[in-house]
Design a protein around this ligand. Structure first.
Ligand SMILES: [Zn+2]
Length: 142
């Protein structure tokens, strides 16, 4: 399946796919900050600031590696914490994402993301944080 919503430029070093992140979708679609809770982000890779994972990781911040998938000791403590939170709250695992990227390649990863997170109703990306499509409100089955 070809879906340009899912592309390598939107895959963060930590294994997060920004295409399904609420902050990215909100930014891309210009969703109003209803409760002042939504932050806007154009994607982790384009963002100038260091993220939670990048800060405190010498390999990432010194550009020795571009992604945690290249790290031999992955997951570090920080990533493990983030991964746990995402598994529990959002039914998603950065570590599983990174393993898929490492062993099957980024294309296979993006293909599986498109299968999992393309809205069957309108074709937009389903938001991992809300478990629904923010464009048409289609709810993802869990
Ligand atoms: Zn939709």
């Amino acid at each position: 399946m070809i879906n340009n919503k899912f592309n390598p430029e939107l895959v963060a070093p930590c294994g997060m796919n920004c295409a399904i992140c609420k902050a990215y979708i909100a930014c891309k679609d210009g969703i109003p900050r209803v409760r002042g809770k939504i932050t806007y982000c154009a994607g982790c890779l384009t963002r100038p600031k260091n993220c939670y994972i990048k800060r405190g990781c010498k390999r990432l911040s010194k550009h020795q590696i571009q992604s945690c998938s290249e790290c031999d000791t992955m997951p570090c403590e920080k990533l493990a914490r983030l991964d746990k939170r995402y598994r529990e709250r959002y039914d998603m695992s950065m570590v599983e994402n990174l393993k898929l990227i490492k062993f099957k390649g980024i294309d296979e990863f993006l293909k599986s993301q498109a299968e999992k997170y393309t809205c069957p109703n309108c074709g937009d990306a389903i938001c991992v944080h809300d478990a629904k499509c923010l464009a048409c409100s289609f709810k993802r089955k869990s």
